[in-house]
Design a binder for this molecule. Structure first.
Ligand code: PLP
Length: 439
């Protein structure tokens, strides 16, 4: 029962280095957050030892009395966090991640080779919403189902709801998926529901990115219109890495969704639930239901809007000219930079961002933009005044990227990389964590 540092100092050292990276840098990746210490404790608990295939009171293994209690508690908290009536909505809390939650939801809702429509990846959709390229069907959602993407209106960069309705009339999908990985605006669920009803399709929302903001009632509510809602638990919801599938229990043709979703998660797509993760999800959901989470969610949005306005004040172009949620899509094409160049320079400066396609990008491999999110910096109590400073750092990073681009292969570039990397290498592992604790 010796501690990790004693049993495996090598892994402990990597964890220490990553701890330093996370806390000494600026975390602006829109899909990440800093979960609470309580959540991490639950996630690292002995619940990881237990097998519990099946559902509460119907397991394939003995010894599950406490695991049953845990799963029931987690379900209750998930419904409460989103203000859902347990008579009308149920939830499966076993998915290992957002991708497995989505594939299980597709398995529950439609048959192999049925048709589905999701927002195209280059327009901000997720891989699991039917993505394929001209050369290859590369995701299970396009390998096992026939998919067709809907798109943004190029003139506004907003979802083209009329175009989607017209395409659905021809394509006749059995399922329409809404939700995105990189869309800075809110969704018109009523319009999507009207299209889905017209074509006899199910409507599913993947709220992985915005679920914390939806739980805090700061964005439109997909539960009013959708049959199934999936989410990850580790983005704006600020929990551990996992997924949830909410399903409607009432309405014509929806009465058996509970059984279909539960069967799709296990045994169709998964084996034994990760009970340590379910405990951590339950703890995170308890925190989501507290009034302070609403304040947090409002601050996430206020920070993203300040980031957007500060960058635009520097003359930069943002997709849709702003944001309604936690993320900002920065179009770098007008200044002649690619997202990957700026991502690399920011990495050297201790600012973590990711390259991202922007509307109209010629290639998804060399995207012309970056995606920024404020969920993690808001968890570190940053407010609008701090975000203005962050925007200035980003402005300087972009200006530096322009200089370095001109100097490609030069001594200036090599010197910059040497200085940027030596500084962060000065302190190593455990030493770095000591510095953090002292501060
Ligand atoms: N759905 C959306 C909209 C996402 O953005 C992501 C991940 O970024 C996922 C699903 C997949 O989640 P996971 O990485 O947990 O499988």
């Amino acid at each position: 029962y010796a501690p990790l540092a004693e049993i495996d100092p090598e892994v402990q050292n990597i964890i220490d280095k990553e701890t330093w990276r996370q806390f000494s840098g600026l975390e602006l990746i829109a899909s990440e957050n800093l979960t609470s210490r309580a959540t991490i404790e639950a996630n690292g608990s002995i619940l990881t030892n237990k097998y519990s295939e099946g559902l509460p009171s119907a397991r394939y293994y003995g010894g599950n009395e406490y695991i049953d209690e845990l799963e029931i508690l987690c379900r209750k908290r998930a419904l409460e966090a989103f203000n859902l009536d347990p008579a009308k909505w149920g939830v499966n809390v076993q998915p290992y991640s957002g991708s497995t939650a989505n594939f299980a939801a597709l398995t529950a809702l439609i048959q192999p080779q049925d048709r589905l429509m999701g927002l195209g990846l280059p327009d901000g959709g997720h891989l699991t919403h039917g993505y394929y390229t001209a050369k290859k069907k590369m995701t299970a959602s396009s390998i096992y189902f026939q998919s067709f993407p809907y798109a943004l209106d190029p003139s506004t960069q907003l979802i083209d709801y009329a175009g989607l309705a017209a395409q659905a009339k021809i394509f006749k999908p059995r399922l329409i998926i809404c939700g995105a990985s990189a869309y800075p605006r809110d969704w018109d669920y009523a319009s999507l529901k009207a299209t889905a009803d017209k074509e006899g399709a199910y409507l599913m929302a993947d709220i992985a990115h915005t679920s914390g903001l939806i739980a805090a009632q700061t964005l439109n509510n997909p539960f009013e219109y959708c049959d199934v809602v999936t989410t990850t638990t580790h983005k704006t919801l600020r929990g551990p890495r996992a997924g949830l599938i909410f399903f409607r229990k009432d309405g014509p043709g929806r009465e058996d969704l509970e059984k279909r979703v539960n069967d799709a998660v296990f045994p169709a797509c998964q084996g034994g639930p990760h009970n340590n993760t379910i405990a951590a999800v339950a703890t995170a959901l308890l925190q989501v239901a507290q009034p302070s989470f609403k304040t947090y969610a409002k601050q996430v949005i206020a920070n993203a809007q300040t980031l957007a306005s500060s960058l635009m004040a520097h003359g930069y172009k943002l997709q849709t000219g702003g944001t309604d949620n936690h993320l900002v899509l920065w179009d770098l094409r007008p200044i002649g930079l690619t997202g990957s160049k700026v991502e690399k320079v920011c990495d050297l400066l201790g600012i973590t961002i990711n390259k991202n396609a922007v509307s109209g990008d010629a290639s998804a491999q060399t995207p012309g933009g970056i995606r920024l999110g404020t969920a993690a910096i808001t968890s570190r109590n940053m407010t609008e005044e701090d975000v203005k400073v962050v925007a200035d750092f980003l402005h300087r990073a972009v200006q530096l990227s322009l200089v370095l681009q001109k100097e490609a292969g030069s001594k200036l570039l090599k010197d910059f990389i040497r200085v940027a990397t030596t500084e962060s290498d000065e302190l190593q592992g455990a030493q770095q964590v000591k510095v953090l604790r002292r501060d």
